[in-house]
Design a protein around this ligand. Sequence first.
Ligand code: C5P
Length: 239
Amino acid sequence: VTAQHPLRGDVTVLVPAAGLGTRLGPGGPKALRQLGGVSLLVHAVRRLCEAPSVGSVVVAAPVGWVAEVHALLAEQVVPAGVQLDVVEGGLTRQHSVAAALAAAPRTYPIVLVHDAARAFAPTDLVERVAAAVRRGHEAVIPILPVVDTIKQVDESGHVIATLDRSVLRAVQTPQGFRREVLEAGHRSAVDAHTDDAGLVENLGVRVFGVLGAEAALKITRPADLAFAEMLLRADGGVI
Ligand code: C5P
């Protein structure tokens, strides 16, 4: 493995996968929902392990699922050259990432954080983010232009402002960090953030955007699941 992949070994990926997925409707933890006969988590971890830079994967599993998730990934998904750790997730995504970060091996200088719900993030996206951190960016996020017009509203539903779409971007995962930068972000966290870059922005760290990928959509609502199924079929099950 090392000979084929000279870069393997400088990236550990944290995979928050402990969400309940209530917006997806009833049916158990979201990361364990099946798509094309395989769970979202398996799709996600399989793609991460195909990225040559990834030497370690740390999954934050739903409460009560740690042993089962570890067995499944170790037996069927994670190749021998990649270190696997599975920990119990927390009450929020941020807590789940913090738990995975605390359990991550300390030998990897680059840490990526990737939502299990973005099950089809392509391998080249993982490499693009890792490469930007390797080039010297302390924090890196995949971004895409926003297609909808975005407005700010008040609590009664009335519009306060129309934001200038040309300067807005939708943000995906994997997000990449120098390990000490992400650790400092989580140490200093006082309020809730929906992504990890938000934590380090608070520290004054400059965050760099690289091109995201349509296939890295977050599977959140029932229609996303249907769309992901379509992508999977269109690609003969290999996207
Ligand atoms: O809640 P949202 O859909 O934004 O979740 C993004 C990712 O965070 C999902 O992969 C989900 O499993 C994970 N998550 C978690 N622990 C939580 C809540 C969400 O690991 N308590």
